[in-house]
Design a protein around this ligand. Structure first.
Ligand SMILES: [Zn+2]
Length: 282
């Protein structure tokens, strides 16, 4: 178990969380019993429609998953399932410390065990930071709904939550290069690209995206719960040294420096948020 994982939570996420709880109260919008029921329903679906990954079925992948669980520490329990899909995707549904992770088969076919550790870690990061506390889609699908302003902040928080989850992904896989490859494969569907080329590609695209977002005067016609991949890359690149130091428990993790990194990434997400405020949330 790694100590101080909580310090990896993206500061912008913490700020938005405070605003949400001030607007909605400190209780989860999903009632306790309903959240527990949803977990049970999802588990029934997984047992019925997906395949549980055990040490017997896929020993290497199971071991990778277990090593990620070890980082979370005691009390967390959840199984890993796979279902057929060509899409690179994974999800988790959690209720308190119980959860189930679902990965699409394309990930298991095309990603290395280390890259999968990034994916598993990302999903476990959502559990650790209790991101299911406010289920954005559930809240927005409620006909009684919440105000436009609150919905907007929920989207912002959801995007910021992905940065926090990626940090746990990197903590689990242990290397920036592995996380970068996993992100690059997810975005492009391409494998076998040289690391220097991937880094140059992400860095240039991040610079252009940042410029584009800061200069764009039009309303963006979308609102996304995930930050765009070059931003996720940049957030990881800036934080990588600290995250690896935390993993090694070498004392090289600097909380103060880490918050400065948060400010930089928050700046670019705020640029998206300012543009997105004017869009219509459907
Ligand atoms: Zn996520």
């Amino acid at each position: 178990m790694i100590k101080d994982i909580e310090s990896l939570r993206f500061g912008y996420e913490t700020d938005l969380f405070r605003i949400i709880t001030a607007q909605l109260g400190n209780t989860p919008l999903l009632a306790h019993t309903r959240a527990k029921n949803l977990l049970d329903i999802r588990r029934t679906d997984l047992l019925g429609e997906a395949v549980r990954i055990t040490a017997d079925l896929l020993p290497e992948i199971h071991e990778t998953y277990q090593s990620c669980l070890d980082i979370l520490g005691h009390g967390f329990s959840g199984e890993l399932f796979v279902r057929q899909s060509m899409e690179y995707n994974a999800s988790v549904f959690a209720h308190e410390k119980k959860f189930d992770v679902l990965v699409h088969s394309a990930l298991l076919n095309d990603f290395t065990p280390d890259e999968l550790a990034f994916v598993f870690g990302h999903e476990l990061g959502h559990v650790l930071f209790e991101h299911s506390r406010f289920c954005v889609f559930d809240i927005l699908s409620n006909p009684e709904g919440v105000s436009r302003d609150t919905a907007d902040i929920l989207f912002r928080w959801s995007r910021a939550s992905e940065v926090s989850a990626d940090r746990v992904g990197l903590l689990c896989c242990g290397k920036l290069s592995t996380a970068v490859t996993a992100l690059f494969k997810t975005a492009s569907g391409l494998a076998g690209i040289d690391m220097d080329q991937m880094l140059r590609s992400f860095r240039r695209q991040y610079e252009d995206l940042e410029k584009q977002l800061r200069e764009a005067s039009d309303d963006l016609s979308w609102v996304r719960t995930h930050p765009m991949i070059p931003i996720r890359f940049k957030a990881l690149e800036l934080a990588a040294l600290d995250i690896v130091a935390l993993r090694q428990q070498s004392g090289g993790f600097s909380g103060k420096g880490f918050r400065a990194i948060d400010q930089q990434i928050a700046g670019i997400l705020e640029a998206i948020d300012i543009n997105a405020v004017c869009t219509r949330i459907q």
